[in-house]
Design a protein around this ligand. Structure first.
Ligand SMILES: [Ca+2]
Length: 359
């Protein structure tokens, strides 16, 4: 009874809102609601153009990590130091000179897809005294050892690098004129002959990327890769905001089908724990115009990007510091002085000898 009175009182307290729900206002509100829905659906369409998505388990790796292992019947194969724990697949421990990887056995035959990766990089080393990072792959070859975060170089396909160690500290790129801050996440498309240059952290070949504070983070760190209609977008959620932030957006990227997903990692003199928590692959349902269908009929055998020139970046070494410049000028001046003295001495002797010959 008491509760009933309280509810009634509560209802009375909202009685003043009643005029809002009279017929005329209801009609206006309905119009407003419909208009808002149309606007929202348009912006959602601009953003995604996707009708739906669903998880493809055969291409996904997640807890409790069944079907993962070293046997040939496994859906995902482990390599090197990779090991399964209840909470993650640890690709490398926080120890020097380790390499580990995990590769899907199934070639990817999904046309439009989204890959959500949950990972964690952590270790006891101080900032910039850790390395080398992790990479996520969709490539023609699988289960190869090598120098690119534990995978082969001159790979064919897509590589997403989470680079935690700046190998090239003193290089600036002419496009932005700024020095990169690490960890740095970048995208590369390999065609079988392009090389990833670790000394320059792959600057010559990257198609886009961003700085991301992913190491020893208190938040869960996620990466979202979406490929549809020859457009690849990379987004990150690393600051606990539960929002995707744009990292790279590449249009005109053409990727053959039948490649393999993988994740790899390597440590060198410096190390970290590189943990993969999940890789979830969603198939996207996308509408295409007849023209887009026609364009998609072209069979791609070698990955490529239209207008590759737009991604080419000149690397220039950072200029000399004031002290370096002063020392260089000083030594040059001293060197020139010594040369002048020697030249004068030689000339004096030559002149003396010439005179002697005349007498
Ligand atoms: Ca590096």
């Amino acid at each position: 009874m008491v509760a009933g009175v309280t509810n009634l009182d509560g209802f009375r307290s909202f009685w003043f809102l009643w005029p809002m729900f009279r017929f005329k206002n209801t009609r206006e509100l309905t119009c407003l609601f419909v208009a808002a829905c149309v606007l929202m659906s348009q912006s959602a369409a601009d953003e995604q153009e996707f009708i739906g998505d669903f998880l493809k388990r055969e291409y996904s790796l997640m807890k409790p990590y069944r079907g993962l292992g070293f046997s040939t019947s496994s859906q995902w194969h482990l390599m090197g130091t990779a090991m399964i724990t209840p909470d993650h697949v640890r690709l490398t421990p926080d120890l020097q000179s380790r390499q580990g990887a995990v590769w899907s056995r199934m070639p990817l035959l999904v046309r439009d897809w989204e890959l959500q990766v949950h990972f964690k990089i952590h270790g006891v080393g101080k900032k910039n005294l850790n390395g080398d990072g992790m990479a996520f792959w969709l490539t023609k070859d699988r289960m190869q050892n090598g120098p690119v975060f534990g995978n082969m170089n001159q790979f064919t396909g897509l590589g997403i690098f989470v680079d935690t160690y700046p190998n090239s500290e003193h290089s600036l790129d002419t496009k932005s004129g700024t020095q990169r801050i690490f960890p740095y996440v970048s995208v590369m498309l390999g065609n079988g002959s392009l090389s990833y240059d670790q000394d320059y952290d792959g600057r010559h070949t990257d198609l886009g990327g961003c700085t991301a504070a992913i190491r020893n983070s208190i938040y869960d760190t996620f990466l979202l890769l979406r490929y549809s209609k020859n457009r690849l977008t990379l987004r990150l959620d690393v600051d606990g905001s539960q929002e995707w932030k744009d990292c790279a957006d590449i249009t005109g990227l053409r990727l053959p089908s039948g490649f393999f997903f993988g994740a790899s990692s390597a440590t060198g003199d410096l190390s970290d724990n590189h943990d993969l928590i999940s890789m979830k692959l969603y198939q996207l349902t996308v509408e295409r115009t007849p023209e887009e269908e026609e364009e998609d009929k072209e069979e791609i055998t070698i990955p490529r990007v239209d207008n590759m020139e737009q991604f080419q970046v000149e690397i220039q070494e950072e200029g000399m510091s004031g002290v370096q410049l002063f020392i260089t000028v000083l030594f040059s001046a001293v060197g020139l002085g010594v040369l002048a003295v020697v030249a004068l001495a030689v000339y004096g002797r030559w002149k003396g000898n010439r005179r002697k010959r005349f007498y």
